[in-house]
Design a protein around this ligand. Structure first.
Ligand SMILES: NC(=O)C1=CN([C@@H]2O[C@H](COP(=O)(O)OP(=O)(O)OC[C@H]3O[C@@H](n4cnc5c(N)ncnc54)[C@H](OP(=O)(O)O)[C@@H]3O)[C@@H](O)[C@H]2O)C=CC1
Ligand SMILES: O=CCCC(=O)O
Length: 325
């Protein structure tokens, strides 16, 4: 078994994390996303680009890794379902058969995984990227104790922003690692926030997604009510888009929802997972969140109706079913 030269880890509620070896071989400075500028800067750098690992090539991970490859980075990929690596290998990515081997062969490894369980599997499994860490709460301390660096970096923004390199990174943890990986974050995203201690990035992400889940549930109620009282829900979408409550999410998803179409950008199961984690976070500080709790119940019912892998806007189907009861 390969012995990773650096401890890699994922905090339990992380969407995305970065790691690096002790020795950093290059540092790039890009401030804003622009693929051609990124490529130009990479070419201009005297030193060779470092080796970048990417674990988890789902809806988000795949386009994020693709943007790194297109920017000229030397990327090694791994995904539990190997076939999802093929498109990236065709674009020039290397492949390793386990997270452990990716981590051992790369200077920085990013992970974009489904949920706490998958992050722990990938980090601590038999051929995981980490060498220890029996409980998630000990992970960060463990990393520091072994001298490796850790950055949590959940993202805001969905499939299209991931494809366009327009994600928003909510990072926390080791500041020097943040500075080191920022050029890569700028390839994949349009902005980044450094929020201090580990846990703050995930907390920010959960608060944002808690609001988003409730907004979508409320929007769904509005669409159905407008229809029931004889209004055209398409007109409601237009009215909303011009007023104080306008949001890109409504304009983007509203027209499909009216047609009962839910092309998956953010899977419903992940929205429910984030609501569950946000409610746990709220409980940990005795904060009352009745709206989010009610929304969470709707997403739970949606999951039981088999809507796990539909876009989270499919939550409207639960309300439709309820109104027929
Ligand atoms: N989609 C979106 O709009 C956004 C999603 N997120 C978050 O990012 C994360 C990834 O989302 P997304 O890409 O949409 O999700 P996907 O479901 O498309 O991808 C999940 C990834 O996790 C892997 N995975 C799942 N379980 C395991 C496991 N037990 N062991 C190893 N790998 C596993 C999957 O591998 P396999 O291919 O083998 O199934 C896949 O690579 C989630 O936490 C989500 O909440 C954040 C912002 C936006
Ligand atoms: O976690 C998913 C976020 C989706 C979005 O920000 O559009």
């Amino acid at each position: 078994m390969l012995q990773p030269k650096v401890l890699l880890f994922f905090f339990y509620f992380l969407k995305f994390a970065g790691f690096l070896r002790n020795k950093i071989t290059f540092i790039l400075h890009l401030t804003k996303y622009h693929p051609s500028q990124a490529r130009a800067n990479l070419k201009a750098a005297d030193e060779l680009p470092g080796r970048i690992g990417f674990l988890g090539l789902g809806i988000m991970g795949s386009p994020m890794a693709q943007n790194l490859i297109k920017a000229g980075c030397d990327v090694t990929v791994w995904n539990r379902t190997k076939s999802k690596c093929d498109a990236l290998i065709n674009l020039g990515a290397k492949y390793k058969p386990s997270p452990e081997e990716v981590a051992a062969s790369c200077d920085v490894t990013f992970a974009m995984l489904a949920d706490p369980e998958s992050a722990i599997d990938v980090a601590c499994g038999k051929h995981g990227a980490a060498i220890d860490g029996s409980t998630s709460k000990l992970i960060n301390e463990h990393i520091k104790a072994t001298g490796a660096l850790f950055l949590e970096a959940p993202v805001s923004g969905s499939k299209k922003p991931a494809e366009d390199g327009q994600l928003i990174f909510l990072t926390a943890g080791d500041k020097s690692l943040y500075d080191t990986v920022s050029p890569f974050l700028d390839i994949m995203g349009k902005s980044r926030f450094y929020l201090g201690e580990v846990g703050n990035g995930a907390a920010m992400k959960l608060v944002v997604n808690m609001i988003m889940g409730s907004m979508m549930a409320s929007f769904s109620e509005g669409l159905l009510l407008s229809e029931k009282v004889g209004l055209d829900p398409n007109v409601l979408v237009e009215v909303v888009s011009q007023g104080a409550i306008s949001a890109p999410m409504y304009s983007l998803k509203g027209p499909s929802m009216v047609k009962s179409l839910y092309p998956t950008a953010f899977p419903l199961k992940h929205q429910q997972k984030d609501l569950r984690l946000a409610l746990e976070l709220a409980e940990s500080v005795s904060q009352s969140t009745p709206i989010a709790a009610a929304a969470n119940e709707l997403y739970k019912v949606a999951k039981s109706h088999g809507l796990n892998d539909e876009d989270f806007s499919a939550v409207i189907e639960v309300l439709k079913a309820k109104s027929k009861e």
